[in-house]
Design a protein around this ligand. Sequence first.
Ligand code: ADP
Length: 187
Amino acid sequence: MLDRIEVVQGDITQQQVEAIVNAANNSLLGGGGVDGAIHQVAGPELLEECRKLKGCPTGEAKMTRGYRLPAKWVIHTVGPVWRGGNYKEDEYLAQCYQSCFALIEKHQLKTVAFPSISTGAYRFPLERATRIAVAETVNFLKGNNFVEKIVFVCFNIRVYDCYVNELKSIQKVYNIGNGNNTLCPYT
Ligand code: ADP
């Protein structure tokens, strides 16, 4: 199961996967960070399609085409803004991953890349967000044999190290090898 998880350092807009996940805002009308990068590469047609979706509540996800991206699909999800931890931020972030996985299952997608949702402008603590991202992914993959690859795309070395460390500690729990099969080198 962990052999279907990859961690790379890179730009999610360049990933050769069927779908990439966008850490969007409630309007779905574009923003900064990963959202801005995705819209820039996908082109104006993405914004056109997003307009028709009439926004997205926090924790939910909606899918569009990828247009000029290498990925055919974009799954837009809206992570919580970190407000100190007492506003169900953990639950909302877990729900983001669950909502994405529901769409991945529904559309039978085999390869999907995720950014580190909520850890940029939304200021969710990185270690805490990474634990949630990995736990939700492992939980999903346990019950799904169709998905071939989930890629965590880390924009910088700090995020990359955090995912690698979290996966290493999970690997110890599952006791399935030394990690050389499951963790990809930087791309
Ligand atoms: P949020 O508003 O959910 O916090 P951000 O886009 O501000 O979303 O940040 C989420 C994460 O995405 C951060 O770790 C940020 O470094 C990362 N990021 C920004 N641009 C890209 C990109 N092109 N590819 C992958 N990750 C990116």
